[in-house]
Design a protein around this ligand. Structure first.
Ligand SMILES: [Zn+2]
Length: 327
């Protein structure tokens, strides 16, 4: 911290600061929408079990990748994804047990992926407790308890009063908000990849895999520099990914790329130990932007601070079937 401050005083630009004082690059990886992003209560039932074999295989590949790379991670659960016709399915719960078996953490992401800004505080809290009712016993069976909560859509409250009500509620239930400092549009790439898998277009699959990892590394680099610009040092980042097939098939390459840049993988507890995570956040917009941007706005920076964030190529959005302005 002191070294970073001195380096900042001596060298005015972020780029030269990074060169003069090699940052202590740390990152915590988080996966949202467990047990699997495309697993919905309405997912058509295959002949055996309630998890389509392709999803079960992709989930196993992701866990293998996490184990092989030795990277800690936390998965945020939507408990409604465990249901079919209102009943909890053991083969879906088994996917969460596999996460815990792999030594990974689980957190609460609401039962039905509800939008706080749409439904308001009471209904939102009800949905958090519904997820807690499933997650807490699952963890208690292993002597664990849920401690982290991730807001769907990263919407944290339309008003300061709503934010304060949520802070009090989460504290009362022993949850801490899991922020995100590295946002990205992996869901767009994953939607394109799912379509390429569906159509059997192996060339498109390979092209997506090849371009996706450099895209993720650009996002990490961008937020590393935003951090240095705002704080004067590279904070331990918290990155949002989703449980999907594209991440399952590219995660080892992504990890290798980050390690090549000097990154160490830490758990969310270690990352959140950084004092930056105690900064003021009065953000009430619906935009799901990084906490670095939220802190920057609170510190009086304009929205220009937000400029230059990498975007996904048009061909990926076209293939995914999302509008060109989807991010
Ligand atoms: Zn989510």
């Amino acid at each position: 911290m002191l070294a970073a401050t001195l380096a900042r005083a001596a060298t005015p630009t972020a780029a030269t600061t990074a060169t003069a004082t090699p940052p202590d690059r740390r990152i915590a990886i988080t996966f949202d929408d467990l047990p699997w992003s495309s697993l919905e209560p309405r997912t058509p039932l295959p002949a055996q079990g309630t998890v389509p074999p392709r999803i079960a295989a992709a989930s196993a590949r992701l866990l293998q990748a996490l184990t092989d790379t030795g990277t800690p991670a936390i998965g945020f659960v939507n408990s409604a994804r465990l249901l079919v016709d209102g009943k909890i399915q053991s083969d879906r719960v088994a996917m969460l047990d596999a996460w815990l078996d792999a030594g990974l953490a689980l957190g609460n992401h609401t039962a039905t992926h509800v939008d706080l800004h749409l439904v308001g505080v009471p209904a939102y809290q009800h949905d958090i407790l519904a997820c807690d009712g499933v997650l807490r016993p699952l963890l208690a069976a292993r002597g664990l308890q849920p401690r982290w909560f991730r807001h769907p859509y990263l919407r944290t409250g339309r008003t300061l009063a709503d934010k304060a009500a949520m802070d009090a509620f989460l504290a009362e239930h022993d949850y801490r908000i899991a922020p995100v400092t590295i946002t990205d549009s992996d869901w767009i790439w994953a939607a394109a990849y799912a379509k390429a898998l569906d159509s059997g277009d192996t060339a498109a699959q390979a092209k997506l895999r090849a371009q996706y990892v450099p895209y993720l590394l650009r996002m990490v680099n961008y937020f590393e520099h935003r951090s240095i610009k705002l704080l004067g040092y590279a904070l331990p980042q918290v990155m949002l990914l989703h449980a999907n097939a594209l991440n399952a098939d590219t995660y080892p390459e992504f990890v290798a790329g980050l390690r090549g840049r000097g990154y160490r993988f830490v758990d969310i507890d270690e990352a959140m130990g950084d004092p930056a995570y105690r900064r003021a956040d009065a953000f009430t917009s619906a935009l799901g932007v990084s906490w670095i941007h939220r802190w920057a706005l609170a510190a009086g920076w304009s929205w220009n601070f937000y400029g230059g964030e990498p975007t996904s190529p048009h061909w990926v959005k076209d293939l995914a079937g999302v509008p060109a302005d989807a991010e």
